[in-house]
Design a protein around this ligand. Sequence first.
Ligand code: XCC
Length: 655
Amino acid sequence: MSDLEKKSIDPATIQMLKKAQVDGCETIFDRADAMKPCPIGAEGSCCKHCVMGPCRVPAPKKKGETPAEKTRRTGLCGATAETISARNFARMVAAGTAAHSDHARGVTEVFLSTAKGEVPGFEIKDEQKLYQLAMDLGVEIGNRSVREIAIDVGHKALSEFGRQEGEILLAKRAPLKRQEIWRNLGVYPRGIDREVVDLLHRTCMGVDQEYKDLLLSAARCSLADGWGGSMISTELQDVLFGTPVPVMGKMNLGVLKKDEVNVVIHGHEPLLPEIIVGVLQDPEIQKAARTVGAKGINLTGMCCSANEVLMRHGIPVGGNFLQQELAIVTGVVDAMVVDVQCEMQSLAQVAKCYHTKLITTSPRAKIEGAMHMEFDERHAQDVAKKILMVAIDNYKNRKPNVEIPTETTDTVVGFSHETINYLLGGVFRASYRPLNENIINGRIRGIAGVVGCNNARVTHDEPNFILIKELIKNDVLVLVTGCSAMAAGKGGLLTPEAAKLYAGEGLASVCETVGIPPVLHMGACVDNSRILMAATAVVKDGGLGDDISDLPAAGAALEWMSEKAIAIGQYFVASGVFTVFGVTWPTTGSEEVTKYLFEEFENTLKGKWGFEPDPLKAAKLMIEHIDKKRKALGIDKARERVLFDMAKRRELDAA
Ligand code: XCC
């Protein structure tokens, strides 16, 4: 196997890496070879919170540091390795929370304008969800019109960002015991922006210099993401664009088409993509595409924007984070339209190697060398049409070096927590009861959320794919979001048939009865809030304890790279979930900080972090945790009864 072939388990990715090499076009994979990560930064030991530094306090090479040696290991101001490490970690949480929450603010503003009837092209699609949200936000329903309710919901949601005191309203959806834990620890989030500002302030030079206090504040900030910003964006996007229901879709670069105008939408906010999907049907646009010799317009998604339009419209997915440059390398992408987050600046360079127009659309995110066509919700359809026309005009500029991989995989996606409820219980008795019963009787051993990014420091898609396969083999139902969802999808795990092929007998039997895949695609990264809601629904249905931390459940992000992933991981932990990350762990510079996150959090928050880059070992850790929780619930015996050995399995197969 050549070095290039070790970069990804996905043949389409390898094929495009080879093409990029032939075309002389540099990608992130080349840069990862050329530049190694800074070892001191990687362990969280570099402090640049003032300009007397940067101060570097790397972890001691060998164990058994004396107190005197330890005292000498500080920054100029005396900040200890613990303070520096905790501050760096907390800043990641603040940045990740800010990203998800600013996305949510944008959605809320458009939602409010929609409710007021100010933005043509947007409408309220899911009234049922609006009513539920209204109740949770304390908005009166009565005999009021949808418009009146929606306006109040919009105002209430918007005020959650600037709220100065009290408790974030949607966090009241969490199990009561969980809320008590937050209150007792003083980590119940007050307002979304307030927690981000609070954490940025604390982590300034010379402010909070007690690592435990910093880490608890980071927990509070992350909760403002999971139960605040992220949840608001998921909820309002569902009300505006429809709550996802299972839909078929295709994944991987093979979805690009040689004889059509290819437009790739990449980023996170579904606002403009939703309008583009609508405008595509415009006969004028279709005609314009035919006029330039194309058979039509082929819209595909990349990263989390892809997840959004895939689960609501079945729009095919080009790929995940590490494939964004490679889509352009095919030579057939006429326009790549980006908004915010996870868009590599190198896209502008790669686009220059081919003919692709890179178009930025968010006022918050411009890229040097890209065209900027700003999304303005008041004229969203016009902007969408103009963008499509740029792509159509560019079709004729394609160069001869065109090559599209053939790989595409079928998937079934769109499992919102409401859909799971309905699928399991049926329309007349929608509930999580059947899921709980199957967990209690042991057919389903537990639930795992496998989420997060790709990372050029590890083999693309490999850790996520191996982990997910190992979990379902051991009867763990897996929920996926973000770029890991695409690793599962491209690997063929997002179909009902995957249950028979890969899942353990217990899980397979449940999936076959209900007709669902053993791995449920729940959406984009802000939709990790759906996992919180699903976990809460399981708790509320009864029989599995009275808090999320009682559930036989675990989380993982083995290919994480973004600060957003740390914010997500932290809110999972602060919601009571054991969460394992891979690649590298950003606090290894301080043993105390790492121990606090990995062990002591379990005593207070009842959730904890873990680190294990090897996917099989990570699966083992998660399954051991699940089994520990089953034992604590007294349901471990049930599972022993349903486990069959190989001889018994063969006997059953033969029968
Ligand atoms: Fe980005 Fe959301 Fe990570 Fe993928 S999973 S690399 S954050 S696109 Ni969100």
